[in-house]
Design a protein around this ligand. Structure first.
Ligand SMILES: CC(C)[C@H](C(=O)O)[C@@H](O)C(=O)O
Ligand code: SF4
Length: 774
C-alpha cells in the first residue's frame, strides 16, 4: 500500500494525494474528480437518478459527452439527426436519451454531426480535455487509456457516474502500486499493442487487481502518446483499475494547442508544465508488485482463447490444454478451443480468417491507421476475407487520415472506410460478427460473443491486422515485404486541431475567485442542490437463501450480461438476460446443464463462484442489476474485479471475498447440495442452513455501514459540500487550467455564460437547425 506521507511517492500516490477531499479512519476517501467523460450506454440511469432526486450536474464545465457505442459507422452524408439515422430502436432511444440529458443539464456534447465526435477515450485526449495530473473518470472500463498522460483515470459504474455528476467526487480507497518496466528496443514489426498483450500474458487477467499500474522503462519512454494510450487502455484487461505513464516532453508536445489544454506559450501553460514535470515517481518509491519485461522478448502477439491473457507469439502454435497446470485450467482451455473452433497444436499462421477489424479505443488513432496503411499499401485484401473494416476513432482522425491519403490506400486494397464509433469492438451497433466467423481485431477483448454471438476474436496490433487482411490468415507482419513497422518516437507535430472557441480569455484572479465562490448566479456549474436527501436502498442485514454454485474462473461481465442488453435506459428487467449465452441456446431454449436452469436453483438468492476474478472486464453496472433482478443479492467468490465489486455495493448487494480454499469449498458443498446459506452482515459470518457458522468474512467498515443502514452515498457526500467547495477553491488557485471553460460561452467581462458554445454547422458544413452540440 502506498506510503506514509513524507516518504518517496509514486506517480499514482502523488496524483491521488492531490485530489483527496476527505479521508476517513477506515481508509475511505472522498476523491475530487477533474474530468468526467460521458457516453450513451452508462449514463441514462444516472441522469434519471439526478432528475428523480432533483439534483443538478455540479460541474458541466468539467464534463464532456459523446455518443459512440450504438452509432452506425456507415456514411453520414445524409445525416439529418440521430433520430432518423440510428435504425435500431433501443440504440436510437439510448442516443436520443443522451441528447435530451445533455440539453437538460447543459453539458458539452459532440454528436454525430460534429467532426469531434468519436470514441470517448479518443476524443478526451484529442481535445486536451485529458491532462497530466488530473483525475479522469467515465462509465467505461477503458478510461484507463487516459493514464497515458500521467492522469489517474479509471472506469466507474452508473451509480458512480451519478455520484460524480452530482458531487464531482467519488468515494474510493487507495490502490496498490504496481510497476511494469519495459526496457530495450522493440524489434521491427513489434508495436505497443504487442507490449501490452505480452504483458497481460505474463501477469494474467487478474494480475493487476486492486492496483494501479505504472508503465515505465526505455521502451515505454520511446513510445508516442498514441502508443502509450494503447498500453494504458488495456490495463483493465490485466485486472488493474488504471494504468499510468509519467508525463514528459512527448506528452507536452502532444498537448500543445489542443483546444482544452492550457493555452500554449502562456503563463498558464508554463505553470502547468512545471507542475506536470513534478509528476514522476520519486527515487526509492515502493511498488507492491514489480514486473520487468525485456523488449527483445516481445514478438508480434496474438490471442488464441477467449480471455486477453491467452496470448501466443504469432510464430507459435495453439496450445494444448492438457498441458495446463490445474484440472480447472485444463477444462477452461478445452472449452475455449471448442468455442474458438481450434485444434491444439495448429500453427497460429495456419488459422484462416473471415473478417478484419481495425478500430476501437485501443487502436483507432492516426498512428494506428498509418501503421496499417504502411502494410497494406499497393496490396489487396485476400479473397477469403468477407469484410475488412477501418473505423477511425474520431471524426478528426478520419479527416486527418484522409488528408494524408490513407483512406485511398485502404479502399484501393478492398477495405471499407467507415465513420467513427466503437463499431465491431463490441457489436452494440450494426457492425457484428456472425456465429463462428473469425476475426483479427485490433480491439481489446476476445470474450465469448464479444463481437457478436458465437463470433471468434483474435486480438492483434494494427500492423498485424493489416497483414492478416492481405494474407487471409493470422500472419506474421514481419514476413510481408516493405514492412518495417518500427516504433516511432512521438510525432513532433500534434494533429492540427483547430480550436473551436476563440472567446477564450485568460483566467484572472477575480475570475478564479468567482469560480471558487460559486454559486452566485446562473453559472452552469452552479451547485444549487435541491435535495440532500438520500434516495435510500433496501437494508442488508441477515440474508438467507438457496446458493447456486458456479464453477468457473474469470467470469467476465460480458458473460454476466452481453452487450445486446445494455441498450436499456432502465435498471430493472434484466434478470431474464443474466448469463444469457451460458443459460440459453441460440433458439432461445434453456441449456439444462447451466446451474440456474436447474429446478432447485431457479430461485437462488446467493451465487457461490469457485473460481477467482469474478466480474472482470467491462464496467457495466447492468451486471449487478441483472443479478439483482434475478433475485441474487449476494455473491461469494475467491476474488473480484474492482469495478464490479464497487458496483454491487452501490445497489445494496454484498460481494464477499472468501480466500480460504477450505471455507469456500464448504460453502460450495452446501450450494451443490441445494441447501440454503445464511449471510449475517452485522456479525460478518456465513452460516449453513441450520445456523452453524462456516466462516467469517471481511467487509470495509464504511461499505458495511451503508449496506446495513440502506444509505445512498450521494446523499452522504452532499453533506460534505463545504469540504468540496474549499477543495475547489484551492484547486482554482493552484491549477486554474482545470476549471474547464474551453467550450463555455463567456460574456464580454469574461464571465461564463450558462451554456456551452454550440457549433452551428456539421462537419460537412450543413447548418444544424437545432444544435446538437452544447
Ligand atoms: C459499455 C461499457 C460499459 C463497456 C466498458 O465498460 O468497457 C464497453 O465500453 C466495453 O468495452 O465493454
Ligand atoms: S472497448 Fe470498445 S466498446 Fe469499449 S469504449 Fe473502447 S471501443 Fe468502445
Amino acid at each position: 500500500m502506498p506510503t506514509a506521507e513524507g516518504g518517496p511517492q509514486t506517480l499514482y500516490d502523488k496524483v491521488f494525494q492531490d485530489h483527496i477531499v476527505d479521508e476517513r479512519l477506515d481508509g475511505t476517501i472522498l476523491l475530487y474528480i477533474d474530468r468526467h467523460l460521458v457516453h450513451e450506454v452508462t449514463s441514462p440511469q444516472a441522469f434519471e437518478g439526478l432528475k428523480n432526486a432533483g439534483r443538478k450536474v455540479r460541474r458541466p464545465d468539467c464534463t464532456l459527452a459523446t455518443t459512440d457505442h450504438n452509432v452506425p459507422t456507415t456514411s453520414r452524408k445524409n445525416l439529418k439527426n440521430i433520430e432518423t439515422f440510428v435504425e435500431e430502436e433501443d440504440s436510437r432511444l439510448q442516443c436520443m436519451t443522451l441528447e435530451d440529458n445533455v440539453k437538460d443539464f447543459g453539458i458539452t456534447y459532440f454528436g454525430l454531426g460534429d467532426k469531434r465526435q468519436g470514441i470517448v477515450h479518443i476524443i478526451g485526449p484529442e481535445q486536451g480535455f485529458t491532462l497530466p495530473g488530473t483525475t479522469v473518470v467515465c462509465g467505461d472500463s477503458h478510461t484507463s487509456t487516459h493514464g497515458a498522460f500521467g492522469a489517474l483515470a479509471f472506469g466507474i459504474g452508473t451509480s458512480e457516474v451519478e455520484h460524480v455528476l452530482a458531487t464531482q467526487t467519488l468515494i474510493t480507497k487507495r490502490s496498490k502500486n504496481m510497476r511494469i518496466q519495459v526496457d530495450g528496443e522493440l524489434a521491427p514489426g513489434v508495436s505497443s499493442k504487442d507490449i501490452i498483450l505480452h504483458a497481460i500474458g505474463q501477469i494474467g487477467t487478474a494480475g493487476g487487481t486492486g492496483a494501479v499500474i505504472e508503465y515505465c522503462g526505455s521502451a515505454i519512454e520511446a513510445l508516442s502518446m498514441e502508443g502509450r494510450m494503447s498500453i494504458c487502455n488495456m490495463s483493465i484487461e490485466g485486472g488493474a483499475r488504471a494504468g499510468m505513464v509519467a508525463p514528459d516532453e512527448v506528452t507536452f508536445e502532444y498537448l500543445k494547442n489542443r483546444p482544452l489544454a492550457p493555452k500554449y506559450d502562456s503563463d498558464e501553460w508554463d505553470k502547468a508544465v512545471s507542475y506536470w514535470k513534478s509528476l514522476k515517481s520519486d527515487p526509492g518509491a515502493k511498488y507492491d508488485i514489480d514486473v520487468f519485461i525485456d523488449a527483445k522478448d516481445i514478438t508480434p502477439t496474438v490471442t488464441w482463447g477467449t480471455s486477453p491473457e491467452d496470448v501466443v507469439p504469432i510464430t507459435g502454435k495453439v496450445p494444448d490444454p492438457e498441458t495446463f497446470a490445474t484440472p480447472e485450467k485444463q477444462a477452461a482451455g478445452r472449452r475455449m478451443l471448442d468455442y474458438m473452433g481450434l485444434i491444439a497444436g495448429t500453427p497460429i499462421e495456419e488459422i484462416v480468417l473471415d473478417k478484419i477489424f481495425i478500430g476501437s479505443c485501443t487502436n483507432a488513432r492516426i498512428e494506428d491507421l498509418r501503421a496499417a496503411a504502411a502494410v497494406v499499401k499497393g496490396k489487396k485484401v485476400a479473397a477469403n476475407i468477407k469484410q475488412a473494416m477501418i473505423v477511425p476513432g474520431s471524426g478528426l482522425i478520419k479527416d486527418r487520415a484522409e488528408a494524408e491519403g490513407l483512406d485511398k490506400i485502404f479502399t484501393d486494397a478492398g477495405f471499407e472506410w467507415r465513420e467513427a464509433g466503437c463499431s465491431m469492438c463490441l457489436g452494440m451497433n450494426p457492425d457484428i460478427l456472425s456465429p463462428k466467423e473469425r476475426c483479427a481485431s485490433t480491439s481489446n477483448r476476445n470474450f465469448e460473443g464479444r463481437q457478436g454471438a458465437g463470433g471468434r476474436t483474435h486480438l492483434v496490433s494494427p500492423a498485424t491486422a493489416a497483414a492478416c487482411a492481405i494474407v487471409g490468415k493470422l500472419t506474421d507482419v514481419r514476413k510481408l515485404a516493405d514492412t518495417t513497422v518500427t516504433p516511432r518516437k512521438a510525432s513532433p507535430q500534434p494533429m492540427k486541431v483547430k480550436p473551436h472557441v476563440d472567446e477564450r480569455v485568460e483566467t484572472d484572479d477575480d475570475e478564479r475567485e468567482m469560480i471558487g465562490d460559486q454559486p452566485e448566479d446562473n453559472f452552469p456549474h452552479t451547485n444549487t442542490i435541491v435535495s440532500h436527501e438520500s434516495a435510500g436502498l433496501p437494508k442488508f442485514t441477515v440474508f438467507k437463501g438457496i446458493a447456486a454454485p458456479l464453477e468457473r474462473a474469470n467470469v467476465d461481465t460480458d458473460a454476466i450480461i452481453p452487450k445486446q442488453f445494455l441498450k436499456t435506459i432502465k435498471r430493472t428487467g434484466l434478470g431474464s438476460a443474466l448469463f444469457f449465452a451460458l443459460r440459453f441456446n441460440a433458439d432461445g431454449s434453456e441449456k439444462p446443464e447451466f446451474v440456474l436452469n436447474q429446478e432447485q436453483y431457479r430461485k437462488s438468492k446467493i451465487l457461490v463462484v469457485t473460481g477467482p476474478n469474478f466480474g472482470c472486464g467491462s464496467s457495466r453496472e447492468h451486471a449487478p442489476w441483472a443479478l439483482l433482478d434475478f433475485g441474487i443479492k449476494c455473491v461469494i467468490a475467491p476474488s473480484y474485479a474492482d469495478i464490479f465489486f464497487n458496483n454491487t455495493f452501490k445497489n445494496g448487494m454484498l460481494p464477499i471475498a472468501i480466500t480460504n480454499k477450505d471455507d469456500l469449498e464448504t460453502i460450495a458443498k452446501e450450494a451443490r447440495a441445494g441447501r440454503e446459506v445464511e449471510v449475517d452482515l452485522p456479525n460478518q459470518v456465513i452460516n449453513d442452513a441450520s445456523g452453524k457458522k462456516i466462516c467469517s468474512f471481511n467487509v470495509e467498515e464504511f461499505r458495511k455501514h451503508c449496506l446495513v443502514n440502506g444509505l445512498d452515498d450521494i446523499g452522504l457526500t452532499m453533506q460534505m459540500e463545504d469540504k468540496i467547495n474549499s477543495f475547489e477553491k484551492k484547486m482554482t488557485l493552484n491549477t486554474p487550467w482545470l476549471n474547464g471553460s474551453g467550450y463555455l460561452k463567456r460574456d464580454k467581462s469574461g464571465r461564463l455564460a450558462a451554456k456551452a458554445v454550440s457549433v452551428p454547422k456539421t462537419n460537412r458544413g450543413q447548418e444544424i437547425k437545432e444544435p446538437l452540440e452544447w
